[in-house]
Unconditional design. Structure first.
Length: 183
């Protein structure tokens, strides 16, 4: 059995005291009744339960795509883009794959086009702000068809309440500037 000198036991007690103090601080930080987000507001968002099939044609190699047609599917998980390429090949890409692969420039261009259509509801997981953009479609007939389907997609959505951060809670540098410009 080891015998501790007077100073050694003091350090052992000091470490124990520090551990108790840190635990107390941790509980204080985690159990606060104050809201985490300054001036946050609650908002209702509508999450679609139906899916979208977008028929897309490539207009310029790997850069510009236009939506030819869109259809609403019963299953959200079945959402996909069927891409008619300039080389006459056809690709089918799931919307889930488009969300998960942000680095591929070709898919990024395709995703940008789809954000202007009904696929916006799937890619952003919200259908409340859904309004197709005419510039994303090959012609006005395709745009008008998709625009008429937005109410069907919205009516299938389920509401969910979320907290939206206020202006003072928007991350690093969102408040007053601390930099000084000038000579």
């Amino acid at each position: 059995m080891k015998v501790y000198k007077k100073n050694e036991s003091f350090y052992g007690k000091g470490a124990l005291t520090a551990a108790v103090f840190c635990t107390f601080l941790l509980f204080q930080a985690c159990s606060s009744d104050e809201p985490r987000l300054k001036d946050a507001s609650e908002q209702t968002v509508y999450i679609t339960t139906k899916g979208v099939e977008a028929l897309v044609e490539e207009v310029e190699p790997g850069e510009i795509f236009k939506i030819k047609d869109e259809n609403i599917l019963d299953s959200k998980e079945a959402s996909r883009a069927i891409v008619y390429n300039l080389d006459q090949s056809i690709d089918t890409v799931s919307m889930a794959a488009l969300r998960q692969d942000p680095a591929d420039p070709r898919r990024s261009a395709l995703r940008s086009t789809l954000m202007g259509g009904l696929a916006f509801a799937y890619l952003t997981n919200r259908s409340g702000a859904l309004s197709p953009k005419s510039g994303s479609y090959v012609n006005s007939k395709a745009y008008n068809k998709s625009n008429s389907m937005t109410s069907s997609l919205r009516s299938s959505a389920t509401p969910r309440k979320v907290s939206i951060p206020g202006k003072s809670s928007r991350g690093y540098g969102a408040g007053k500037s601390f930099r000084s410009f000038g000579g």
